[in-house]
Design a binder for this molecule. Structure first.
Ligand SMILES: [Zn+2]
Length: 233
């Protein structure tokens, strides 16, 4: 009996958006979809190319990373996703890709400056990049520690996961989240676009100032002023 068929299909559809949006190659990256009531999430299996993937390949795991449905092994990154689902109440989907411009900023170990209104429409602060991971964390439960690296970065900067639905893990790449898997995919595409725009901006003018606060606020509040993100606020 397939109890989580719907969740697995949602996860499958969201995963298939990644190659369509030009965000992944081969089997890179993963999307998960969370059923908060059941405390389980569906995620892409390890090492299966998007082109060959069927919804039946999608695996369901609980927040202790135990498989509860599906015949394949989950992507090892499932351990990162479970940390984020436990730490960010209300999110329903997570995306990880190695999209080119987002990875470039992560490798440069830089926050993505807020240079324009496209960025301000989505978030009112630079896109954060975590610290590079410490040796103890790398040698430990690496995927779980990557999850904590993300959580710690937002906490250290007093940023809220509801207002900042995207982050770069230094030396690695982007993670995004949203109310549903499809929103997290949308944020992954927006993030890649913002990273590309910022990189080109710096090529054209390496002394570009951050966008002035009045424009940031005008654009951010126009989009988010009355929006109740994740059913809260
Ligand atoms: Zn990765």
């Amino acid at each position: 009996m397939e109890k989580y068929k719907e969740l697995r299909r949602e996860c499958y559809e969201a995963n298939q958006l990644l190659p369509k949006l030009g965000l992944v190659l081969f089997s890179f990256g993963n999307v998960s979809a969370f059923d908060r009531e059941a405390g389980v999430f569906a995620i892409k299996p390890v090492g299966v190319d998007y082109a060959a993937m069927q919804w039946e390949d999608i695996v369901v795991v609980d927040l202790d990373n135990q498989v509860v449905e599906g015949r394949l092994d989950p992507a090892p990154d499932a351990r990162i996703h479970s940390v984020l689902y436990k730490s960010f109440p209300g999110i329903g989907g997570i995306v990880h890709t190695h999209s080119t411009y987002a990875v470039a900023w992560a490798q440069a170990q830089r926050d993505v400056p807020l240079y324009g209104t496209t960025h301000a429409n989505h978030l009112a602060v630079p896109i954060p990049c975590t610290e590079i991971m410490a040796d103890e964390r790398i040698a430990g439960d690496y995927e779980t520690e990557t999850g904590y690296q993300i959580v710690d970065c937002l906490m250290a900067r007093d940023l809220n996961y509801q207002n900042v639905p995207m982050i770069l893990v230094a030396g690695h790449g982007p993670f995004t989240w949203g109310d549903y898997a499809a929103n997290a995919v949308y944020n992954a595409k927006v993030l890649e676009k913002l990273c590309r725009m910022a990189a080109i901006t710096e090529q054209l003018n390496s002394a570009t100032p951050p966008l002035k606060a009045a424009l940031v606020n005008r654009h951010y509040n126009r989009r988010h002023g009355r929006r109740t993100s994740f059913g809260q606020n």
